[in-house]
Design a protein. Sequence first.
Length: 321
Amino acid sequence: MNTPETAPLERTVPTESAGQRLDQALAKLFPEFSRSRLQAWIRSGLALVDGVAHKRPRDPVQGGECIQLKPIYEISGAPKAQEIPLSIAHEDADLLVINKPAGLVVHPGAGNRDRTLVNALLHRFPELSGIPRAGLVHRLDKDTTGLLLVARKLSTHKALVALLAEREIHRQYAAIVVGRIIAGGFVDAPIGRHPKNRTHMAVVQRGRASLTHYRVQQHFPAHTLLSLALESGRTHQIRVHMSHIGHPLLGDPAYGRRLHIPPGASNELEQALRTFHRQALHACALEFEHPGTAKNLRIEAPLPADMQALLNVLGEADKRA
């Protein structure tokens, strides 16, 4: 068990907080911490009220008490720092934006205990060990490329998680899908665990509300380049939604269909389609209000080389069609 500690923090409960629950009062005194985290510390005896541990978050305060809080960040089976190259699209004192390559798992888990993005972040930025998920605010699938947001401070992490929950972090994706889509639109369909294959997601009646918008960027004889935006962040959302409307992502090993070679395809196109073994999906832009500066921040990442090369081949096929 790894338990990074910080020095105790002291605050005085203002008189206007009289009668409030202890956890409510602490949430106002320590806004950099989430209420659930404060409740956990109260129950663990880490919040002293006039020198006495109160282990019930619902206990009322009277106003004027001295609060001593001792933050401890418990990380069970903490991942180890490992030197892994990182592509940083943006860096400042509050946050980072990482441009993740294909093949890099974001979080350690079953079958991927190390060599993940978290391991890389802990090596490059050791201070992230005291922040949940090493500061990561959201995630991408192993073989999806593109931008990921990382908080460098606990207060920034809390603020960014709140922005994400309020749908104020705008995420834009580029994807190559199978088939020709004539015009843009949206998919509004609930997503939940697949009823038979528990490692997959699916559109299911009792799933969580999910909405994906898409716009056509370029047509090809048997494929379409799309720009997509999410109003929710369900697991595999874009992959599931596009498969649901009959246009799965090219190369998607989980939600794709059997490889189709268009009639009259050149040897170059056939080879390109047969050797593209990941979902053609890239998180190309992030836009949000920076918690530290209150200014709008937009970060963009160009298409990775493999997707760009595939588009070049598809474009040549389009010229010959």
